[in-house]
Ligand binder design. Structure first.
Ligand code: FES
Length: 288
């Protein structure tokens, strides 16, 4: 049985300005600082999956540039985000990427303790502070945090626009595909010795796909490669939303070399699918 192709709303056509992108944008320390001040600290950042911190007190910590951001599930099931910084002398509150502190976070420098909602609950020798007991007055520095489509979104700009208007058409499209019910089964982090934009540039073009992803080898006649993925750039759709988000839509399928002579999904993809609890034979039958 063939799976019906999803329908996609058209995004408005954008005028191409044809500006030249200078190479220094990829190498300049100064430009990187401008990106940090003008972009990374002002946009909504997608930092986690809600399902991975399900219980009150569960937390996840993500480094973002020079900052570390701590996301904590609350008693009322909402999620709050804080800088991972103790409000005494700036020690990191947690060092691990994930954990659960249903009662409180205790700093390992002088034992100040913060509740999961960020309030300072306990300090040793509080009667010795000339300004008075800081408990109940100090809180962890909180960031804007929203949840949508099962993801946790954080923004370092206290005056940022709401997530929904930031996402524009992505909001309705992800809702239509019920992304909130999807489960992450695998996560990979890859550190590359290059500017972050080099990676995004790669995802914004399909020109490389027949060479890199279709099983081509040095001995392959690359002009004769035929796979189930339609990679021809004129039939690949690239959209840019008014809000600045980009998307690429390509007819999916299997690349050359992914199936055997009978069309069954071969290794290593078969094992990968099994890892995701997907049956390669069932997918093969559905695709016929
Ligand atoms: S820095 Fe955290 S308790 Fe002192």
């Amino acid at each position: 049985m063939k799976v019906p192709a999803p329908t996609l709303d058209t995004w408005p056509e954008q005028a191409i300005r044809g500006d030249r992108i200078v190479g220094s944008r990829y190498t300049s320390q100064n430009f990187m600082e401008q990106e940090w001040e003008g972009m990374w600290t002002r946009v909504w950042l997608l930092l986690g999956r809600e399902a991975e911190i399900p219980q009150a007190g569960d937390w996840q910590m993500e480094p973002v540039g020079r900052e570390e951001i701590l996301m904590v599930r609350q008693q009322d099931s909402s999620i709050k985000a804080f800088y991972n910084v103790c409000q005494h002398r700036g020690n990191p509150l947690v060092d691990e990427p994930k954990g659960s502190n249903p009662r409180r976070f205790v700093c390992r420098y002088h034992s100040w303790a913060f509740l999961p909602d960020g309030a300072l609950q306990f300090v040793p020798d509080r009667e010795d502070f000339p300004e008075g007991n800081p408990c109940g007055k100090l809180r962890l520095a909180e960031l804007r945090c929203e949840t949508f489509a099962g993801f946790i979104w954080v923004n370092m700009d206290p005056n940022c626009q709401p997530l929904r208007s930031y996402l524009g058409p992505i909001w309705d499209e992800w809702n239509a595909r019920e992304v909130g019910d999807w489960q992450r089964t695998m996560a990979n982090t890859v550190w590359l010795p290059c500017n972050w934009k080099a990676v995004l540039d790669n995802f914004n073009e399909s020109y490389h796909v027949p060479t890199v992803h279709m099983g081509a080898t040095p001995s392959t006649d690359r002009t004769a490669i035929a796979g189930g993925i339609n990679t021809y750039f004129k039939e690949t759709r690239f959209d840019l939303a008014d809000e600045g988000h980009a998307r690429m839509i390509m007819k999916g399928g299997y690349g050359a070399g992914v199936t055997d002579a009978e069309g069954k999904i071969a290794e290593p993809l078969a094992s990968l699918l099994a890892y995701w609890s997907l049956d390669p034979d069932q997918l093969h039958r559905q695709a016929r």
